[in-house]
Design a protein around this ligand. Structure first.
Ligand SMILES: Nc1ncnc2c1ncn2[C@@H]1O[C@H](COP(=O)(O)OP(=O)(O)OP(=O)(O)O)[C@@H](O)[C@H]1O
Ligand SMILES: [Mg+2]
Length: 351
């Protein structure tokens, strides 16, 4: 007998079989249906979103085949292919902009170093010749502009309709709500629809130019805030950041689930504040032993890097000089990112 029926809610099916998110996504029932609506049945979703065009018999057949055999249908597009998180329309939106890949940095818990990892990826990839931009999707915090020492108000572009992103010392274009506020300390308390509107504009109404990667710093958590941002952008892949504390690690499993529900891919996990380097060269794991292996098992994604607690990091991000940071662990992080990222070689500019 079929395990999955059209009267079951989409979210209950995805909760039980997370990989079915990819099957739903293929039938045009992606993000909105599974992650936001907890009450929508498969039948309601299929008749609503697909404009009645979703072939519910085929959908049910694929879902039950997966529930019975654990095998995804052969002809399913790869999770990071065009029908990934953003869907076809969103991908088109990115290509039109000249932005090749949008990568989001996410964490379950606040304060684990998400903004730092977003910043470091941008710096490391720029050093390797990629064209990078940073979109601060955490509209309540000043982390990104502060870390890069960017304060300039984004000037209006010559077309009079869009904004030019201010650039860091090293030339990285940065866009943040913080740059638009009269006072850096001013907190933004906005509702979801306003946030998605702002984020979408940060993407479409900002002159990013040609980019290999646009790195997006997401708000903390695994709830509405990061979800709102992710749904507003054509995201290709997600980098997850955590610290070794058991609690933080547990929340990561929630984040993994969220990204899966969106039909997306976790590119890798970064374990931040993993240890302190002692004067004798040993590593002191102040936040407890590494959870790396556990995370890899939980997420089925590689451990992309392990960063120590480094006073230099804290100092440089406070004074806006993150672009001067260097360490072997940082190098390794960027190399590992490139080994799993959707684009592995810098574009040689055409003269
Ligand atoms: N490995 C590290 N070594 C030293 N300081 C660090 C390290 N990682 C992060 N920090 C510092 O810890 C603070 C929090 O980091 P960060 O702002 O990147 O976290 P976050 O996850 O983005 O936080 P939020 O949830 O508030 O957005 C910052 O002051 C940062 O400079
Ligand atoms: Mg942050």
């Amino acid at each position: 007998m079929a395990q999955i029926t059209p009267e079951m809610t989409i979210s209950s099916v995805v909760d039980r079989w997370p990989d079915t998110a990819r099957i739903f996504a293929r039938y045009g029932l992606s993000c909105a249906s599974c992650a936001i609506s907890k009450s929508e049945t498969i039948r309601a979703g299929a008749t609503g979103h697909g404009g009645g065009r979703v072939n519910i018999e085929e959908l049910m057949r694929d879902l039950n085949h997966f529930a019975d055999s654990g095998k995804l249908p052969d002809n399913l597009p790869a999770a990071n292919a065009t029908a990934g998180m953003g869907g076809m329309k969103m991908r088109g939106m990115a290509e039109q902009k000249g932005v090749k890949h949008v990568i989001a940095v996410m964490s379950g818990k606040g304060g684990v170093g998400k903004s730092l990892v977003a910043g470091l990826l941008a710096v490391g990839l720029t050093r390797r010749g990629f064209r990078i931009g940073v979109l601060d999707g955490d509209i309540t915090g000043p982390s990104i502009p502060r870390m890069f020492g960017v304060r300039e108000k984004p000037p209006v572009a010559p077309d009079g309709k869009s904004l030019m992103p201010p650039r860091s010392r090293g030339g990285i274009p940065v866009m943040s709500m913080n740059l638009l506020l009269p006072d850096e300390g001013e907190a933004v308390i906005w509702r979801g629809p306003m946030v998605s509107g702002a984020i979408r504009q940060f993407f479409s109404d900002v002159q990013w130019g040609e980019l290999d990667y646009l790195i997006v710093d997401l708000p903390p958590g695994t709830s509405d805030a990061p979800l709102t941002v992710m749904q507003a952008l054509p995201i290709d892949g997600v980098v997850l950041v955590t610290t070794p504390q058991a609690l933080a690690a547990m929340i990561v499993t929630k984040a993994v689930k969220l990204v899966k529900q969106l039909g997306g891919d976790i590119l890798g996990i970064v374990e931040n504040m993993a240890y302190v380097r002692m004067p004798d060269g040993s590593q002191n794991e102040v936040f407890g032993p590494s959870q790396g292996l556990k995370l890899v098992i939980a997420s089925n994604a590689p451990l992309m890097g392990k960063l120590p607690i480094d006073p230099e990091i804290a100092h440089l991000s406070d004074v806006g000089q993150i672009e001067s940071y260097d360490s072997p662990e940082f190098e390794e992080l960027v190399n590992n990112f490139l080994s799993v990222a959707p684009e592995k070689h810098p574009q040689v500019p055409v003269a």
